[in-house]
Write a protein that binds this ligand. Structure first.
Ligand SMILES: [Fe+2]
Ligand SMILES: [Fe+2]
Length: 273
């Protein structure tokens, strides 16, 4: 299978980059499954139903969230009727929506998508390792799921690497989100799981993490309240990881970073032509 994961969409710049480029990429690379983190897609803060539909219509099979899941209050309601939208699985019991789902892709495959949030330097949630274990054991790779994609939304690189190795051999891809800057460590781990510490963001990199530079800098210089943070508005760059899996095992055989747009050195999976 051919999988594409893209990091946090930030604001209109990120949305437009996805909407303009994803349909062509799906076609050109014959993608079987696309998962995108959308936690900052609505003005930098959360997601709403119209934007979620827009991302799915552009060619995503599932959309993941993170610490910004509930910034738009309507998400608490519409997530219940959108099985392709996932919030972190380790929220307390009773939280609306779901954190994992077996998604039927357009290509006729079944992909288990899990969104989980780290606990280091973040809101303390339930144990992320135990939470993903439960989901993967209920829906094992190659037996129930054709592929398993885990979005680890976390601040600490140690926690993300630990999760990658913890799931090595049991997931097709473990990829980090939240820090909005792509790391250069994409690889296939010993047991066959593709891994990348952070997928980067889809947005305007002429910014601080996708938000306008001036207010971000001011908050470091002056510790006083100021205007609301707004997303940067320039052209967006796509950032993420492409993975090819073995049809029999569901494990990764090849990975490549994806960076397409005006800001970062461009790269793409050359093995897909
Ligand atoms: Fe984010
Ligand atoms: Fe985040």
């Amino acid at each position: 299978m051919r999988l594409l994961f893209l990091g946090d969409i930030v604001g209109r710049s990120g949305r437009n980059a996805v909407i303009e480029r994803l349909p062509g990429l799906r076609e050109r690379w014959s993608l079987d499954c696309v998962v995108i983190n959308g936690e900052n897609s609505a003005g930098g803060f959360g997601i709403n139903e119209a934007i979620c539909d827009e991302i799915l219509n552009a060619g995503a099979d599932a959309v993941t969230l993170g610490n910004h899941s509930w910034d738009q209050r309507e998400t608490l309601v519409f997530i219940e009727r959108q099985p392709r939208l996932l919030r972190p699985v380790n929220y307390p019991p009773g939280t609306p929506g779901r954190g994992a789902n077996l998604i039927d892709t357009r290509s006729g495959h079944r992909v288990l998508v899990i969104n989980v949030m780290g606990r280091l330097y973040m809101d303390p949630l339930d144990d992320p390792f135990a939470a993903v274990d439960r989901e993967v054991e209920a829906c094992p790779l190659a037996q129930v799921a054709d592929a398993i994609i885990v979005d680890v939304h976390a601040e600490a690189t140690s926690e993300k690497e630990a999760m990658g190795h913890h799931l090595d051999g049991r997931a097709s891809l473990v990829v980090g989100t939240h820090t909005h800057v792509p790391t250069a460590d994409h690889r296939v781990l010993q047991g066959g799981t593709a891994y990348m510490t952070d997928a980067g963001m889809c947005g305007d990199y002429d910014s601080v993490l996708g938000m306008q530079k001036d207010e971000s800098i001011r908050r470091f210089l002056q510790k006083t309240p100021g205007p609301r943070m707004e997303p940067a508005t320039g052209e967006g760059t796509l950032s993420g990881i492409a993975v090819e899996t073995d049809d029999r095992t569901g494990l990764a055989v090849r990975v490549a970073a994806v960076r397409l747009g005006p800001h970062l050195e461009e790269t793409w999976p050359r093995f897909w032509g």
